[in-house]
Design a binder for this molecule. Sequence first.
Ligand SMILES: Cc1ncc(COP(=O)(O)O)c(C=O)c1O
Length: 396
Amino acid sequence: MPDGAARTSAFLPYGRQSIDEADIEAVAEALRADFLTTGPMVDRFEAVFAETVGAPFAVACSNGTTALHLAVAALDVGPGDICVVPSITFVATANVCAMQGAQVVFADVDPSTGLMTEETLADALARANGDVRVVLPVHLAGNACDLAAIGAMADRWGCSVVEDACHAVGTTTPDGPVGSTRRSDAACFSFHPVKTLTTGEGGMVTTRDAALYARMRRLRSHGLVREGFDCSPGPWWYEQTELGWNYRLPDILCALGVSQLKRLPAFVAQRRRLAARYAEQFAALAPLVRIPPATEGVDPALHLLAARIDFAALGTTRAAFMEQLRRRGVGSQVHYIPVHRQPYWVERSRTPTLPGADAWYAQTLSLPLFPAMTEADVDRVCEAVADCIEGKVLAA
Ligand SMILES: Cc1ncc(COP(=O)(O)O)c(C=O)c1O
């Protein structure tokens, strides 16, 4: 179905990719060209992405997880090091630190936004018993953390900052677009289908640091170096200088990325329009339903409409609420279960109670938000939510 056409009666998932004929043609063209894997579209996607977010360097890679892994590996994170990760995120943010043998200290979040703050970072740093190497703020749902404050604190502690910007392409901050890395060492993006831009699977790291950039490029391809030898025996020569991985993003998917980037301004404008409509409609339902406030100076390109619903005050459960929404044609999802409560992490992190993360988790529910939605679709979701609130949740 073409974007935006006759969606009103269809089931509304919480997120959905937008692929148009130009995207399909871009992929078809790449399939007809000489390179399926590493070819000209990789360089093109990196160049256009870097320009879009205002960073000098960008490294395309196979997904958001490998983007995060390249960044922490290139910063030399290893056994004995500590990384600080907010508990409200996708597990990947913490997992890449463990993949490098580092220990994770989970930070609490502001319960009204789900974001790590200067205060919750300070608390995590005080709990860390050793050398904190990297702090990984997560720009949850597309709302950005206060990187000026977080970056300043990381500087005082002598640690690097890697932004998990998987949700936040298109978001602007007082320092420019997310990804410009003016307050961090690197920013990592995901192009999974529910994200604002998609390449199916895909990721990108941006940075201002030329050495970090060179190392991430090397690590993306098995740690191989192909140029700069004094006595190369011939043009076939390469050397493996360290252990890396195959984290490359194929030309076909980069072609889709270049095409999607042309549509980014329209995606962002539509997401902002829809989010504004949600805010308008939900104002009448406060304080039972609230939209998290944007961080001061930030203009979010929301990837998720992560509403906060006071299920306890309504005398219901989130599961019952989600089921009633589903019956009314409205999909929803939960972002996220606090990572420190995952079985893998409980023993390994021995995290104390994080009241902000627990409070966020208790009330969060992501409602449909994707570019093909119309304002009438938003109204339909809001009516379904209002229906549930008016006591129909348990009765139906
Ligand atoms: C906050 C966050 N970090 C990291 C990732 C990992 O990205 P990917 O699924 O592309 O590996 C995701 C993806 O869902 C995410 O939402």
